[in-house]
Write a protein that binds this ligand. Sequence first.
Ligand code: ACO
Length: 174
Amino acid sequence: MPSFTPDSQLDLLFSPELIPASVKAELGSDLHMRPLAKTDITRSHLSVLSVLTTTPDLTVAQYEQAFNALRACPNTYFTLVIVNRGTDQIVGVGSVFIEQKFTRGLGKVGHIEDIAVDKSMQGRKLGLRVIQALSAISENTGCYKTILNCSDKNIPFYQKCGFEKKENEMARYH
Ligand code: ACO
């Protein structure tokens, strides 16, 4: 079984210091929260995302290209993961990306996307911790609000995370 890889040995998407220590402290001692790493395709990242939507396999080169594209936009993309220290595999993920506006005196908005917790770990408050960390990153980056879209069945989860229902989502698929 692979041994736990500390942050210092990983190529990370953003500074781990942006993840609040208070949120990390609420995870069990068997778990660790950190920014996405360039090698996380080897730690079940795509398999965890597949509880959310269709997530076809990628080659390592494709994965690294996407990672590099995110990292090339400083202070914009924040994807974090929860890793099981025993297996070095990912059990929870989530992202927030920061939108720069021209309204509200150059206001910024945080958009939460792609929250997923491995089936075997659901109900252990990992989803809540991911949302708490992403909301803190959004607020600390200067966003005046953090928003997301979700299905009706996930509304109670996001309400428990402190969100309220606002307006409607419109979509056009291509
Ligand atoms: N209905 C009612 N309450 C819920 C639900 C639900 N569907 N899901 C969680 N809760 C409650 C929990 O009971 C808990 O309440 P408590 O504090 O009273 O005990 C609270 O919300 C926090 O729950 P967590 O344990 O943190 O939830 P979990 O770790 O299981 O993660 C998640 C929730 C992310 C929705 C998970 O079930 C999952 O991965 N689902 C499949 C993928 C998905 O739907 N992701 C969200 C898509 S929306 C988006 O990405 C913006």
